[in-house]
Write a protein that binds this ligand. Structure first.
Ligand code: ZN
Length: 139
């Protein structure tokens, strides 16, 4: 069995961003040599997500508006977590609902997606370097 591990680094210039990381995960899969198995892709930070959905800019704006309605960034004083001196309580909540990780089947050396599926890094407290873990296991 092959076990492959790689960390991908991102630094979003804005507080919130959605970044399509599919091609980087595909590159990891090629490097791994795995033909049949599973690929796990997870955010290594508790204010960021990895999720699978459509690469459609209107949908991404809809996500952003929806998440801001659920957990608005302002006023930061509305959150108990921010009494620690942080201002990112909303980012923890946005990460929770958008999820920590994506798992994709690997079949014949390819990510075995459904129609329109792409992998995204969701950033909710950006403007600093953060990591995504790619773990691929199989043969
Ligand atoms: Zn925090």
């Amino acid at each position: 069995m092959i076990g492959y591990r790689k960390e991908l680094w991102f630094e979003a210039p804005t507080r919130r961003a959605f970044i399509n990381i599919t091609s980087q995960v595909e590159e990891c899969l090629r490097d791994s040599g795995v033909r049949e198995g599973l690929a796990l892709v997870n955010a290594m930070h508790i204010t960021a997500s990895v999720f699978i959905n459509d690469d459609e800019s209107g949908l991404h704006r809809d996500y952003d508006h929806w998440l801001e309605r659920l957990a608005p960034h302002e006023p930061v004083s509305a959150y108990q977590h921010n009494r620690t001196g942080e201002d990112n309580a909303d980012a923890h909540m946005k990460r929770q609902i958008m999820g920590r990780e994506a798992v994709v089947a690997v079949t014949e050396g390819k990510l075995d997606f459904g129609p329109w599926e792409q992998i995204f890094y969701g950033e909710f407290d950006g403007r600093r370097r953060k990591r995504v873990l790619v773990k691929i296991v199989g043969e």
